[in-house]
Design a binder for this molecule. Structure first.
Ligand code: NDP
Length: 449
């Protein structure tokens, strides 16, 4: 694995010292610092003005109690988080994650990634992330509503259209955004649509927001293919996860002529050689809120249910890890390479471990990091804010074309920046450097903030 430039080593040491026990945050910072070596050689002011040290320290971190009453009348307690990392480019922006694994280190890794991702979109949005260790799975709609209302009752002090605009992530979809927005509206007595994104189409949402992260990831891969004179036609694709990102990535791969032969959830994976049927997947996941085994049962035929081994054992040309962080390790990467993978693009945030990325580099596999490949979600959230501010709503076709254009420009910016800084074809370096420079220049212009 590559190392950190000596001019930046003390920044990393300080991050380790000041944020003990936050392994995912350390991993995310390290990946960015490794890429910034060539930048600080050319632009020493980024070190002199402590821009990089400041970027590694969140502007504000909020942790709060979320008490709520379950259907049996018992009081339950969860913990809520919002890490407002950087607002040099615009209001804080980033999703909320509801999952039992959520703790400060996860929220900080996601918020840190979000700074550079949002910068790469070219849109005026800063970086943040939040969430709770609450698990919506296994709770009734009424319980989820009471939890969301209590969560918003606390979070409301720190968000707003010009301050901080949350959205969805793992465990937070249209249902949760609805309950959160309802409580915000009730407390403020204002219909401030721009305070949350991922809203329903009849109450301030944008066309394509639901599909945007998955579609955007596939548009990004399409640009990578085109740059090499290839296309999705006839390509075999594996997508991990079966949530928001995975479902719409699968849908778009099929539209562009590829076949997704496997997808998963935390209980296992399915292999469907005829191509995953997206309508059945939506029925299982979005309507019934079921498990991946229910897909195999509904689909029938030759669908294979895998519970041993890993989804990465399934041979493919293109892999799109779209479930969660560190879900694809070094050994998985070796198997994928052995089976002939040529492109890996992260639909999820940081799903590939550093060891896996090193294996792909070594084998010449083209690798797209999440902060570039999955930026279509937040970019379309910014388009939703734009529509809310102008009280307008665009058609599906127009919004999808804007998304495709944004993904094209992110791809080109990453590729050109990688060339400029001496790492042609390295999308990780390109994304980290291009994302960093825009934020860093804004921070320099704004003084010591
Ligand atoms: P969803 O909650 O809709 O789906 C998550 C999927 O990943 C589910 O299939 C879930 O399975 C699986 N999963 C979650 N945790 C684990 C785990 N520990 N092990 C195995 N599988 C797991 O979330 P999203 O699709 O919205 O998010 C997926 C990823 O994409 C996350 O990394 C998120 O940060 C990232 N992302 C999302 C964006 C968005 O717009 N939604 C934008 C940019 C990035 P199960 O149901 O069994 O838990």
């Amino acid at each position: 694995m590559s190392s950190i430039d000596e001019k930046l080593q003390d920044v990393y040491d300080e991050v380790l010292r000041r944020n003990p026990g936050e392994a995912e945050f350390h991993q995310a910072v390290r990946e960015v610092l490794v890429s910034l070596g060539p930048v600080v050689s050319k632009r020493p002011e980024y070190v002199d003005a402590a821009v990089i040290r400041r970027i590694c320290e969140p502007e504000r971190q909020i942790i709060f109690r979320v008490p709520w009453v379950d259907d049996a009348g018992r009081v339950q307690i969860n913990r809520g988080f919002r890490v407002q990392f950087n607002s040099a480019l615009g209001p804080f922006k980033g999703g909320l994650r509801f999952h039992p694994s959520v703790y400060l280190g996860i929220v900080k890794f996601l918020g840190f990634e979000q700074i550079f991702k949002n910068s790469l979109t070219g849109l005026p949005i800063g970086g943040a992330k939040g969430g709770s260790d609450f698990d919506p799975k296994g709770h009734s709609d009424a319980e989820v509503m009471r939890f969301c209302q209590s969560f918003m009752t606390e979070l409301i002090r720190d968000i707003g259209e010009y301050t901080d605009v949350p959205a969805g992530d793992i465990g937070v979809g249209g249902r949760e955004i609805g309950y959160l927005f309802g409580q915000y509206k009730r407390i403020t007595t204002r219909y401030e649509s721009g305070v949350l994104t991922g809203k329903g189409l009849t109450w301030g949402g944008s066309q394509v927001r639901k599909e945007a992260t998955g579609y955007g990831t596939v548009f990004f891969v399409s640009e990578m293919l085109q740059a090499a004179g290839e296309s999705f036609d006839g390509k075999r694709v594996v997508v991990s996860g079966s949530g928001n990102v995975a479902t719409y990535a699968i849908e778009k791969v099929h539209e562009l002529g590829g076949t997704v032969v496997a997808c998963s959830d935390s209980s296992g994976y399915v292999v469907d050689e005829d191509g995953i049927d997206v309508d059945i997947l939506k029925e299982v996941k979005e309507v019934r809120r079921g498990r991946i085994a229910d897909y195999a049962e509904l689909r029938g035929g030759d669908v294979r249910l895998g519970q041993a081994g890993s989804i990465w054992d399934v041979p493919c040309d293109i892999a799109l890890p779209s479930a969660t962080q560190n879900e694809l390790n070094g050994a998985d990467a070796v198997t994928l390479v052995k089976n002939g993978v040529t492109i890996v693009a992260e639909g999820a945030n940081m799903p590939a471990t550093p060891e896996a990325i090193a294996v792909f580099d070594e084998a010449g596999v083209r690798f797209a990091p999440g902060k570039a490949a999955n930026a279509g979600g937040v970019a379309t959230s910014a388009l939703e804010m734009q529509q809310n501010a102008s009280r307008d709503s665009w058609t599906f076709e127009h919004t999808e074309e804007r998304l495709a254009e944004i993904m094209r420009s992110i791809h080109d910016r990453c590729a050109e920046t990688a060339d400029e800084f001496g790492s042609p074809g390295n999308y990780v370096a390109g994304a980290n450097i291009a994302g960093f420079v825009r934020v860093a220049d804004a921070m320099l212009a704004l003084g010591v903030i």
